[in-house]
Design a protein around this ligand. Structure first.
Ligand code: NAD
Length: 245
């Protein structure tokens, strides 16, 4: 892989951290972006990357972060929009604050990051955008906000593919199923199911009979980022141990 710079958002931990690590192994220089720079440092240090603190839903913070990456690592031409939150509740109990928070991180965040980075991709005549969707995009009880956002991410991605293809830029989605992470640990806790039991129950409903690991998602992101994936754009790959039922 030629000299490339990637930004992975929400990369202090979980899927983002595994993706940052995988892209570094693939030979990219990686900016590990998360809400707090201090939280991103251990991931960044382990891969010789750059830790950046920014809230992806804050336009000024996003622009400053991208400027800093450009100055310290070089112009970014790979972007993984991975930062995410859940604020689950049944519709009748869901607050406006929780609706807005989820839209702000997943949708506005991906929009702001992509808008800030695309200029560098256009200048380079090459780019890779990978957005994290979810099987929840197909509907999930208790996640009216999150499933809406994750379906929106797919529409956003397909439009990016249409608009940016002529500049050598691809845009694709990875849509994970059940992955072991702090996010799913918080879900188990919220619904009051002991973690090991929760993993067993979820795995039993997955065709390959296991929970997903963060590396499963990082591998799929790595495929889309690869030089050889330049004719794959506007796609959604479900990485869920089977088709979503
Ligand atoms: P996680 O909660 O472990 O990590 C998310 C990271 O995003 C955290 O480090 C957090 O600080 C960061 N973040 C949150 N808001 C941010 C903001 N405004 N600006 C910058 N960073 C922010 O979650 P995860 O399980 O690793 O999930 C990563 C992505 O994959 C998310 O988009 C999530 O929706 C998606 N996903 C996860 C699963 C799963 O089962 N874990 C399934 C489908 C999709």
């Amino acid at each position: 892989m030629p000299d490339r710079v990637a930004i992975v958002t929400g990369a202090a931990r979980g899927i983002g951290a595994a993706t940052a690590q995988r892209l570094a192994q693939d030979g990219l220089r990686v900016a590990v972006l998360d809400l707090e720079e201090s939280a991103a440092e251990s991931t960044a240090d382990a891969i010789g990357g750059l830790a950046i603190g920014a809230d992806v839903s804050d336009a000024a913070a996003v622009d400053a972060a991208v400027a800093r990456v450009t100055k310290e690592l070089g112009a970014p031409t790979v972007l993984v929009n991975n930062a995410g939150i859940t604020r689950d509740n049944l519709l009748f109990k869901m607050s406006e604050v929780d609706w807005d928070a989820v839209m702000g991180v997943h949708l506005k965040g991906a929009f702001l990051m992509t808008r800030a980075v695309q200029k560098h991709m256009v200048d380079a005549g090459w780019g890779r955008i990978v957005n994290l969707s979810s099987t929840s995009a197909l509907g999930n009880r208790g996640q009216a906000n999150y499933s809406t956002a994750k379906a929106g991410v797919q529409g956003f991605t397909k439009t990016l593919a249409l608009e940016l293809g002529r500049f050598g830029i691809t845009a694709n989605c990875v849509a994970p199923g059940f992955i072991v992470s702090d996010m799913t640990k918080a879900t188990a806790e919220r619904i009051g199911v002991e973690w090991d039991q929760y993993v067993r129950d979820r795995a039993a409903a997955i065709p390959v009979q296991r929970a997903g690991q963060v590396e499963d998602i990082a591998n799929a992101v790595s495929f889309f980022v690869d030089e050889r994936a330049g004719f794959v754009s506007g796609q959604v790959i479900y990485v869920a141990g089977g088709p979503k039922v």
